[in-house]
Design a protein around this ligand. Sequence first.
Ligand SMILES: Cc1cc2nc3c(=O)[nH]c(=O)nc-3n(C[C@H](O)[C@H](O)[C@H](O)COP(=O)(O)OP(=O)(O)OC[C@H]3O[C@@H](n4cnc5c(N)ncnc54)[C@H](O)[C@@H]3O)c2cc1C
Length: 258
Amino acid sequence: MREFRYEEPRSVDEAIALLAKPGRNRVMAGGTDLLVRLKRREWTVDTVINLKRIPGLRGIEDRKDHVFVGALTHLDEIGRSELLASRWPFLRETVHEMGSPQVRAMSTVGGNLCNASPAADMAPPLLCLDAVMVARGPLGERTVPLTAFFAGPGKTVLAPGEILTGIRIPPAPAKGCFIKFCTRRAMDLAFVSVAAAKVGSDVRLALGAVAPTPIRVPPSVEEAVKRCSPIDDVRASAEYRREIVRVLVRRALAKVAP
Ligand SMILES: Cc1cc2nc3c(=O)[nH]c(=O)nc-3n(C[C@H](O)[C@H](O)[C@H](O)COP(=O)(O)OP(=O)(O)OC[C@H]3O[C@@H](n4cnc5c(N)ncnc54)[C@H](O)[C@@H]3O)c2cc1C
């Protein structure tokens, strides 16, 4: 790994100022994606800005008109949250499908979304819940619906110098499910994932790993198959992935809206 500077800011403003300095600077949350890429020399950085000592970026709070999940909230905290489980039990199911206990104890929901992998497991359920991303940067705070947050594989619409501070989830409870298809039972990335949710009478559907970004699609098997654009790679062919989308979407819709 190439040498880099390491900073531990104590406020969001300090982190934003460090990020704005000249050079290749990156923020770090749990480091489970970042450190792997640095070790593999896929990324080089001048400064790593660790966000973990900034108060207020971690935790889950009922704010009446939404539930706020801090960007630095660990995945295992999401899995253990009674507040989240009482409204959206499928978020707990999703977390239990991710990584290992060690990975879940280190990694954060903000890191999972900002990493912008097409296979990021937190994305499909949060897309179904109409989650809104809260970002802060040199120009202040702004919100972006999760449906507009991903810009391509590994890319988000966060502007230079912006940091994700949290996620707002509208308060309506939902019945939902998350189905992940991968080659191993554990520690594997999805080659297809599907989340479905029923919020009131509204049925919602989202897909992971079958397009350049996680996507929300209309809640029908035909539309899901039509709108996904899977690729061939070492793990599965596009044709096979499309067939798995057909099967998993049928199952997911049967679970939430039988
Ligand atoms: C063994 C292993 C198994 C894994 N299994 C899974 C799995 O099953 N499912 C899955 O989806 N992922 C999996 N991952 C990937 C990874 O653990 C997750 O994506 C995790 O949630 C990343 O969070 P983090 O806090 O570690 O992110 P980091 O590594 O700290 O950051 C990831 C990226 O996001 C940026 N970033 C982080 N936080 C912010 C912020 N607040 N604002 C702006 N940018 C930010 C960083 O600069 C970096 O570019 C696995 C990884 C490993 C090593």
